[in-house]
Design a protein around this ligand. Structure first.
Ligand code: 26Q
Length: 812
């Protein structure tokens, strides 16, 4: 068991850090310095744990290396204190020192080293792996600037740089002696060695140093500590005084800057592939440093690579780290004298791959000329992998050359990263049952025919300690009083709550907690936007990245039609609803940005219209991020999960809302399908086309939104409203056109909003009717919480450990 710290010990510890690092006493300190003193103290506690833990680590156990270009950590002070079991003591200590604990906690910026779901998933999994005592290391990039800060100015998204390191770097510890050199460009020379083997040497390359910055990860009430290793790019060139004096310093500085730009900024495109050279440099930089690190450590311990695959699994989080496959081949062939077959055998037993998307525009395909110029040796290796794989495919499907065309890794001047992963990894998984089924039957149909044993499903999960206990202390207290604290380690215990669905006192308690959370959020909304969100209204929330397939626009269209109803019947009785949106749009995603502006135009018109009399309020919360989600989710009553079926691989926000007692209005997409199965149709509001139906409509090209527009007057009026514009004088003809006629060569209404409009509207009405009956609503809310244990990351990670990674708890 971990050592407990008293409030007094922590107080003394903070004072000590304050003196040591800032040379001042607490009475002279600012909250920022108190925050940093707390971080230093918590880091000490974690280091002591790590030291004790390392000595227990076995030599012969398989380890996981979770490779992800994104780890969306959010804040860490409260989280780490929570997991160490000292959060109340830390808060008490800060208070006793004369500071507001929330004020100190709020100093911390989000580590926004990710875009959204995929990055947050990585963070949740590393926490769960650590809590489960699994030997695991996370690998990523230390972006100097994380996901941009969003400001809404005149209704429009503006992007500001997110300089998180300024205050957030206190968690990082640099390990310069473990830096690695990564090589770009250059020339290859082939020659024969004395024993008749072909050798490759690489000259004139541009070296870049990868310096590791480590973050310690603690699990919940365990002594186990893991590491998240973030690579930062540095130029190996010293500032050359000679060049300086010869006036060539600008050139030298230019070269330095070129290297260091690699880890400057996270690409803010989410689910949308852009073939940018700098992004490829990030990917190779990351892949090479990581594989060198893992191989180097293995060699220094074992002196041979022959047992590598027994002791390591490299997990590829989507295709972004895929170059690691080719890089490992390069290291084995060129640096360790391996023959191709032996090297390939080793590599193909070492990698596993998770796919997170079925959207064709998100599948990474890198142009051959970019890869061959930047990474000449990697390009050769990719070609060789491709040749051998295509030969295998041709043999497996004789007389069907189309199969080679579909499955090739290099084709038509492009490298297809997903095909490379599928060809080489020993396991491929989707992130929900439906998504995995679509991978098997559609995206990777041919691969599934050739090697069905590779495909598995692991439905996503979330860190329920953060997303329930930490962010919703009121609910956590209630749950603990009913079923004890065991659920924190064993989330399936939450089902024990089911026996209280008829207990009026419990349901009232649940309602009271929601009410308090709504009041808190209402204050936050008012501070942020000046809008009064009435805690007596229903809080209906859609927060996620802005993407057409997620259909924020469908919700907008529905709100417009509610607004029309009020205009037509000014006295109509309608339960007041506050509609809350939060979303960042990728900087280059034009339509997504227009939709943000549209939400703000609509909000301005509706919120100011005296006829509405508070029955509808619309709030766009700027800069949606992990920390904002932590305030929004506990206060939400209706969770909107309304993507077109078949396109949202899983969703993880849906799980967070469910766990906090919101009821979902959703399509049968991603993990919503499993949510509906768990809670039953009476406890979720399902609507819309099924994935099969949507796919069939798309294939047959028979979908005709114009017909719906012509025949449904309510819908027509909504779209006409978009065209004619809002009280701020802004009209959205482009959006209306893309729905009715298609834009830029796209089919009209690609994501079938019009097809689902009526059913969505009915689902919302059903939800409002259910809300009219508080006991029933609260019972449904409790059922959702009780069944949400299935979506704990602990469950997902255990499935990965058993079914994919083959790892077990450290020291066992
Ligand atoms: C690729 C190439 C170049 C630049 C950027 C990218 C890129 C970056 C991020 C492509 C995709 C992403 C992120 C994808 C993502 O977050 N997918 C989501 O993953 C979640 C976790 O599995 C799922 O729940 C969501 O359904 C899925 O959309």
């Amino acid at each position: 068991m971990p050592k407990a710290y008293t409030k007094l010990e922590l107080k003394k510890g903070i004072e000590e850090k304050m003196q040591r690092h800032f040379g001042r006493s607490i009475s002279e300190a600012k909250p920022e310095q108190v925050f940093r003193a707390c971080v230093f103290l918590i880091r000490d506690i974690m280091s002591r744990k790590r030291f004790a833990d390392n000595s227990k680590r076995g030599e012969g156990e398989r380890q996981l290396h979770y490779m992800s270009l994104e780890f969306l950590l959010g804040r860490s002070l409260e989280k780490n204190a929570f997991n160490l079991g000292i959060l109340p003591e830390l808060r008490g200590a800060i208070s006793d020192l004369g500071f507001d604990p929330d004020g100190v906690i709020n100093v911390e910026p989000d580590a926004g080293l990710g875009n959204g779901g995929l990055g947050r998933l990585a963070a949740c999994y590393l926490e769960a792996l650590t809590t489960l005592n699994m030997p695991a290391t996370g690998y990523s990039i230390c972006y100097e600037y994380g996901i941009f800060k969003q400001k809404i100015i005149d209704g429009r998204q503006e992007e500001l740089p997110d300089n998180w390191m300024e205050k957030g770097r206190s968690w990082l510890s640099q390990n310069i002696d473990e830096a690695k050199e990564v090589r770009f460009g250059g020339t290859l020379h082939k020659y024969w060695s004395e024993d008749g083997r072909m050798m490759v040497s690489h000259t004139d390359y541009t070296p870049v140093m990868a310096v590791p910055l480590d973050i310690a990860v603690v699990g919940y009430k365990t002594d186990h500590v893991n590491t998240l290793r973030l690579w930062s790019a540095q130029s190996p060139e010293p500032i050359d005084m000679d060049l300086f004096s010869r006036g060539e310093h600008i050139k030298a500085l230019e070269r330095r800057a070129m290297a260091e730009v690699i880890t400057k900024v996270l690409y803010p495109a989410d689910d949308n592939y852009e073939g940018k050279l700098l992004r490829l440099k990030q990917q190779y930089f990351f892949a090479s440093a990581t594989v060198q690190d893992i191989v180097g450590k293995h060699l220094s311990r074992h002196g041979t690579l022959s047992n590598f695959a027994d002791l390591h699994v490299l997990h590829i989080n989507d295709t972004h780290p895929t170059l690691a496959i080719a890089e490992f081949m390069r290291i084995l062939l060129d640096e360790h004298g391996y023959e191709w077959d032996a090297a390939f055998d080793l590599v193909s037993r070492s990698f596993a791959y998770t796919n997170h998307t079925v959207m064709v525009e998100a599948l990474e395909r890198w142009p051959q000329r970019i890869i061959s110029g930047l990474l000449p040796r990697i390009w050769e290796i990719l070609c060789e992998i491709n040749n051998r794989f295509c030969a295998r495919v041709a043999e497996a499907f004789p007389g069907d050359p189309g199969k080679v065309a579909q499955m090739a890794v290099v084709w038509d001047g492009e490298v297809r990263m997903a095909n490379l992963c599928a060809a080489v990894s020993y396991k491929i998984n989707g992130v929900s049952a439906l998504h995995t089924e679509i991978l098997r039957s559609d995206v990777f149909k041919n691969f599934n025919a050739l090697m069905p044993e590779k495909f598995v499903n692991v439905t996503n999960g979330i860190d329920h300690r953060r997303w329930l206990a930490q962010i919703n202390p009121g609910l956590a207290e209630l749950v603990k009083s009913l079923i004890g604290p065991g659920y924190l380690k064993n989330a399936s215990d939450l089902t024990k709550l089911l026996k209280y669905t008829g207990d009026a006192a419990v349901l009232e308690g649940l309602a009271r907690i929601k009410r308090e959370n709504k009041e808190r959020l209402s204050n936050l909304v008012f501070e942020a936007s000046g809008i009064k969100a009435d805690p007596d209204s229903v809080f209906d929330v859609q927060v996620k990245r802005l993407h057409e397939y997620k259909r924020q626009l469908l919700k907008v269209m529905h709100i417009i039609s509610l607004y029309h109803r009020i205009i037509d019947n000014p006295d109509i009785e309608m339960r007041p609803v506050t509609f809350i949106f939060g979303a960042k749009a990728a900087s280059s995603y034009r339509i997504a940005k227009q939709i943000i502006r549209l939400i703000n135009s609509l909000a301005a018109e509706v919120n100011a219209d005296p006829r509405v009399r508070g029955r509808i309020k619309i709030v766009f919360m700027e800069n949606y991020r992990v920390t904002l989600a932590e305030s929004l989710i506990p206060a939400t009553e209706i969770s909107e999960q309304i993507s077109i079926a078949g396109k949202e691989a899983s969703g993880t926000g849906n799980m967070k809302f469910m766990m906090n007692g919101a009821l979902t209005i959703g399509t049968l997409d991603g993990a919503n399908v499993e949510m509906a199965e768990l809670v039953g149709r009476e406890n979720i509001f399902i609507f819309g086309l099924l994935a099969e139906e949507a796919a069939r409509l798309e294939r047959s090209q028979s979908y005709n939104p114009l017909h719906l527009y012509d025949t449904n007057p309510r819908l027509r009026r909504v779209i006409d409203h978009l065209k004619s514009g809002f009280s701020d004088g802004v009209a959205y003809g482009d959006i209306a056109d893309s729905l009715l006629f298609g834009q830029g060569g796209q089919r009209p209404d690609r994501y079938m909003l019009l097809a689902d409009f009526e059913e969505y509207s009915r689902a919302f009405t059903r939800a409002m009717e259910a809300y009219d009956e508080p006991a029933g609503w609260n019972a449904a809310s409790l059922v959702n919480i009780a069944k949400s244990g299935h979506f704990a990351a602990d469950r997902s990670v255990s499935e990965y450990c058993g079914g994919i990674w083959g790892i077990s708890p450290a020291g066992n």
